[in-house]
Every structure is written in structure tokens, then in C-alpha cells.
Design a protein around this ligand. Structure first.
Ligand code: GLP
Length: 260
């Protein structure tokens, strides 16, 4: 893992966007794994800006981490609606190249299997963007998720329902289950880019980076991945024991000193 701490979430997002932009320019058929939530919004704005400035997304393929069960794609709070509004509508990406789990799929197990097959058929994910839940979840892999889990239907914890209630008119409207890529699916991405912003994420970030790798803290599974970049703002990094947070560091110590 390599850790980069930036003064602000905006600066971290700008740097993350530069990384994505370089990947798409170098390899026009890049496969991106995408996340929802508040965390990647500034990154997505920067990606749109770069596309308007000339980066070509026409051959890019995307796979989103998750979708709520029971919400049609057209629902205002579906992750399909979120992605169309906050990213895809601003890119010259082909709609058929954007993949988001279908929250109404039935039978779900068969559908989840097919979603995995689509990722494989696309050649696997080159860069997986991740946020982190306040309980350490990635995608909707809640504490207890096996590190070799695959795309499946998952139950959301009361904490996650509370955290995500801000997007719904009432906590009762938040779906209690979702389809999520598994941790094993995420770990197969060639590179993971974990973004964490705000003090609310500080404890989860500390546990993910400095605690033991445990299913109690799903993001700690990333410790075993050979190529993970962690971009934090100062608030999200505030609980880390590392003192010098002024630049990018390998975590834990690695012989490879190149940050990217
Ligand atoms: C949701 C998503 C996650 C996301 C997390 C954090 O639960 N399924 O992929 O990382 O929320 O959300 P936020 O970025 O809004 O804090």
C-alpha cells in the first residue's frame, strides 16, 4: 500500500483524476471500477473536465461496485441514476460500456455470476476506485465479509443504513440489501485507489492501514493487494500513527520508493 495525504479532499481528488487521466490516455480501452457516495464526486468532476479537454472515453469500460436491491435503475437514489448524473453524462463513454449491478435482477445469484463473467470478459478491472464506509466497508462488503467473497446479495448493517439515509427522504426508505462486488472480486483489480476524506473516516482508515487484516474491517483486505494507492485528506489521516504525512509513503515499508 502507498499512502498519500493531501491538505484537502479537493487536492486529493485532483491528483486521483490525473492518475485516471494518464491511464485512459495511455490505454484507451482501460477498464475502470467505480464507486458511489460522496467521496468520489470531486474526482468525477475532474474526470469530466479532463474529458472536455480532450481525454477520450469512447473505448473505456466501467463496472460499478454495487447497487441497492429493490430500486429500479430509474429510481432517483439508484446508483445508476447517481452515476449517470455525476459522471457518465459528462463523458463521451458508450452507455453499453457502463455496467452497474441491476438491483431488480432475478434470480440474483445467477445475475451476480454473470456480472463477474462480464468483468472477466472485459479483461478484468485495471483501476478500482474505492471509498470506505465508516465501519470499514468497501463496496457494500460489510464487516464479516469473507476476503474471497464474490459478487452477491448482501445485507446492509444498521450503521450503513444510517450513514446512507442522508440520500433518502427517510431512514425507512433506505434499502436493507444490495448487490455488491465481493472483496475477492475487488482484490483482482490490477490497481486499487482508495479515497478517504473527512474525520468521520479516520478510525476506519487507521484500522484498514495499521490494524491487522481482519474480516471485521473489510478494507484491511487491501493490505494483501500488491498495488494499492490510498489518497487521504488530513482529517481522514488524523488517527494514523505515522508522523510525517507531508508526502507519499509506502505502507508498510516497501523497497519500492516510486509512488505511482
Ligand atoms: C456506500 C457505498 C460505498 C462507499 C461508501 C462511503 O455505502 N456503497 O462504495 O464507499 O458508501 O460513502 P461516502 O463516500 O458517501 O462516505
Amino acid at each position: 500500500m502507498k499512502l498519500c495525504v493531501f491538505d484537502t479532499a479537493e487536492e486529493a481528488s485532483r491528483q486521483a483524476a490525473l492518475l485516471i487521466d494518464a491511464a485512459v490516455r495511455n490505454q484507451p480501452a482501460t477498464v475502470l471500477g467505480l464507486a458511489t457516495g460522496g467521496t468520489p464526486l470531486a474526482l468525477y468532476r475532474e474526470m469530466i473536465r479532463a474529458c472536455r479537454a480532450g481525454t477520450d472515453y469512447s473505448r473505456v469500460t466501467t463496472f460499478n461496485l454495487d447497487e441497492y436491491c429493490g430500486l429500479p435503475a430509474s429510481h432517483p437514489q439508484s446508483y445508476r441514476t447517481f452515476m449517470d448524473a455525476n459522471l457518465f453524462s459528462g463523458l463521451n463513454i458508450a452507455p453499453q460500456n457502463t455496467h452497474i449491478p441491476d438491483g431488480l435482477a432475478s434470480p440474483a445469484a445467477h445475475y451476480c455470476h454473470a456480472y463477474e463473467a462480464e468483468i472477466r470478459a472485459a479483461g478484468g478491472i485495471d483501476i478500482q476506485i474505492l471509498g470506505i464506509g465508516s465501519n470499514g466497508h468497501i463496496g457494500f462488503n460489510e464487516p464479516g465479509s469473507a476476503f474471497d467473497s464474490r459478487t452477491r446479495v448482501v445485507s446492509l448493517t444498521p450503521q450503513t443504513v444510517r450513514d446512507n439515509a442522508r440520500f433518502f427522504h427517510s431512514p425507512d426508505a433506505v434499502p436493507r440489501s444490495a448487490i455488491s462486488m465481493g472483496i475477492g472480486t475487488i482484490l483482482e483489480a490490477r490497481q486499487c485507489l482508495l479515497l478517504g476524506f473527512g474525520e468521520k473516516k479516520a478510525q476506519a482508515v487507521r484500522a484498514a492501514l495499521e490494524g491487522p487484516a481482519t474480516t471485521d474491517l473489510p478494507a484491511s483486505a487491501l493490505q494483501s493487494h500488491p498495488d494499492v494507492l490510498v489518497f487521504l485528506d488530513k482529517a481522514a489521516a488524523s488517527a494514523l500513527s505515522r508522523r510525517d504525512q507531508s508526502s507519499c509513503h509506502p505502507v508498510p515499508k516497501s523497497r519500492d520508493e516510486n509512488i505511482f
